[in-house]
Design a protein around this ligand. Structure first.
Ligand SMILES: [Ca+2]
Length: 391
């Protein structure tokens, strides 16, 4: 084959492959014109082109990183064609890790089946994570997380996100809206992967309102010798001098319904920075604390109270947020310590100070959600700032 003939063939191959998928009649005409059965060597050259243009990273139309693959190859790997690669020979393939997947790769991203589109089917979507040797924890980051809201009892009965592990404490079942949240899972310190972690999302039909069920969860493996390991017993771990901690499903008020979940028993921990001795917690917005209701208070007491913020023993019988030895004013010996906070405010000024280490926020809710629903309690959105040691 001389050079000019080769160029003509290359032109014909490109013109065939670069047709848009929708132009079916054009493809048929071209396909008839170049009968591949009659000219089998065209296959070889086409494959050569595909090989050179495949396996390069590319940007999908959803602004994620994809891989250039032949469309058939992409679909065979459960990927989704999300834009074109070079000259239409290959597509930019979004290789999704979704339902039925099994991974031992650090940084795997678990998405819903139709991601980035929403899923509104009844389904059980399950993935398995096998840890690599010398990994002690998994950290899940919810880049996107929208499931159905909890029911009036604060339970995830329509949709639920569950973590199954044979190591460590029981983890909360989640639902509702949790973008930006994270959590840690203990997976044991063994070198043999005897305890795979199973994540499952159970969904029931379409969800109401303008919500679209969708998730994108990043899975990171934390090595046993890493300084990034969360201390034992900490579901959430914040490693900064200041930051924000929100309750799961914190969001806009839903009348006569508590947004936060019932049956919670977990701790959010803050890493103590060097030369810091205290912590200040304040509400991120003026009303961003509504958690638990002092059921033992008489109706009259509640009516008379100007700010419905309660502390200490008043919070014993329902849900509360625990902060050890916290007072409304820092370094004031006359300000009494409290360790439980509840009601519709964080003490009277929306802030507390604690010099008790380690810095922890204990989140507790019982299985009775009636009074919390009646108060339309949203949960908490709290800002923390670590305080330097006083000499
Ligand atoms: Ca309650």
């Amino acid at each position: 084959m001389n050079l000019s003939m080769l160029l003509v063939v290359i032109f014909l191959v490109i013109s065939y492959d670069s047709r848009a998928e929708g132009q079916k009649s054009a493809i048929t005409v071209t396909n008839n014109f170049i009968n591949r059965t009659s000219f089998p060597w065209i296959h070889g050259i086409s494959n050569l082109f595909t090989f050179y243009q495949a396996y390069r990273p590319c940007q999908t139309e959803f602004n994620t990183t994809g891989t250039c693959l032949a469309k058939s190859d992409c679909l065979a790997r459960n990927g989704m064609a999300a834009g074109a690669c070079v000259a239409g020979v290959t597509v930019c393939c979004d290789l999704k890790f979704t339902c039925g997947g099994r991974t031992d790769k650090n940084g795997t991203i678990f998405v819903n089946q139709k991601y980035p589109l929403a899923d509104n089917m009844t389904n059980t979507c399950q993935i398995t994570i096998e840890k690599q040797p010398n990994v002690c924890q998994l950290r899940l980051d919810f880049d996107e997380f929208t499931l159905a809201q909890p029911d009036e009892n604060g339970q995830c009965t329509t949709d639920s996100f569950m973590i199954r592990t044979s190591v460590g404490e029981r983890l909360p079942i989640l639902c509702g809206e949790n973008p930006g949240q994270h959590l840690y899972i203990d997976v044991g310190s063994g070198f043999i992967n005897s305890n795979p972690v199973v994540l499952s999302v159970v969904t029931n039909g379409a969800i109401g309102g303008d919500l679209e069920r969708r998730w994108r969860i990043k899975i990171n493996m934390v090595p046993c010798d890493s300084l990034n390991m969360a201390p034992s017993g900490c579901l959430q771990y914040f490693r900064s001098p200041s930051g924000t901690v929100q309750s799961f499903n914190y969001g806009r008020l839903i009348p006569n319904r508590a947004r936060y979940l019932s049956n919670l028993r977990y701790t959010a921990c803050i890493r103590t920075e060097e030369n810091f001795c205290g912590i200040k917690w304040r509400t991120e917005q003026p009303n961003s604390f509504s958690w638990g209701w002092p059921v033992n208070q008489s109706d009259q007491t509640r009516k008379n109270a100007t700010v419905l913020a309660f502390a200490g023993g008043h919070c014993n019988s329902d849900d509360y947020i625990g902060i050890d030895q916290a007072t409304y004013e820092d370094n004031n010996p006359l300000a009494l310590d409290e360790d439980r906070f509840c009601g519709l405010g964080l003490m009277h000024h929306g802030q507390v100070f604690s010099r008790s280490k380690p810095f922890q926020l204990k989140v507790r809710s019982n299985n009775d959600h009636r009074l919390n629903g009646k108060q339309s309690q949203q949960g908490f959105d709290l800002h923390f700032t670590q305080l330097p040691c006083v000499l």
